[in-house]
Design a protein around this ligand. Sequence first.
Ligand SMILES: NC(=O)c1ccc[n+]([C@@H]2O[C@H](COP(=O)([O-])OP(=O)(O)OC[C@H]3O[C@@H](n4cnc5c(N)ncnc54)[C@H](OP(=O)(O)O)[C@@H]3O)[C@@H](O)[C@H]2O)c1
Length: 243
Amino acid sequence: MERVTRNERACWILVGGRQRLGRALAEDLARDHDLVLTSSRSWDGETWVDGLSKRGRVRRLQWDAENPELVSRMMADLDTLKAEDWVISGAVLLAGNFPGQPLGSWTPAALEATWRLNLGFPFLCAQALAPHLEDGACLQIILDTSIHHPWLKRLPYSAAKAGLAALVPGLAQLLAPQVRVVGHALGTVLPAEGDHAAFLADRTLLKRIGEPADLCRAVRFAAESPFLTGEILTQDGGRRWVR
Ligand SMILES: NC(=O)c1ccc[n+]([C@@H]2O[C@H](COP(=O)([O-])OP(=O)(O)OC[C@H]3O[C@@H](n4cnc5c(N)ncnc54)[C@H](OP(=O)(O)O)[C@@H]3O)[C@@H](O)[C@H]2O)c1
């Protein structure tokens, strides 16, 4: 079971906790968690976070996968949190992007950019966070149902998520028994621009796309399941069984 911080609220860090699913998860968890949220950009003007701060402690950090000083930045921020008595019992890695990169468009620079954000960044975050997670913590990584069937117009993205599918059980072995590691392979929840929700829903067994609440529920379930590690939970409405 996760321990709590001195004011009785567990403290979690959400990497990519500012937009879309990251924001939805932050808003859900803020009910009963203190939060550290990261974004690649300055947090100026994000007034919704002020609302969260009324419920508990919220710290905003700037971690940009493109920053050459990223590793030292993460280490300094995590040391500061520790010095200020933040005890981190959960982490969720959400940052990524979803670039369309059909065969024929691949260049070394474009491939490296996709893999830096979607693969290298989660690896570096996990490495930085691992020594700062308290015993019993759960590190959760957001993947994609593409680990079962790659998106053919997004193969570089799919390959990055397949790399994270190796990270989950590998890291679970390296960090056990102190820290558990769980992945979430999601089908479409918030469609990308230009994608048609109704078409995507029809391509599932359950005839719907996901909702942010589906992810929130599963993240809480993983955190509260002390016998669960090294697993990837797929929530895609049965998308991968549709031919
Ligand atoms: N949405 C879906 O339906 C869906 C489906 C399957 C899997 N997923 C996975 O779920 C996660 C969240 O998806 P999403 O759709 O909510 O968001 P997203 O658009 O894929 O982006 C996630 C976050 O990544 C951050 N980010 C972008 N560039 C960054 C950089 N250079 N350095 C650090 N962070 C950066 C962004 O925050 P800032 O701009 O604030 O930095 C953004 O909030 C992703 O890993 C995605 O692959 C999503």
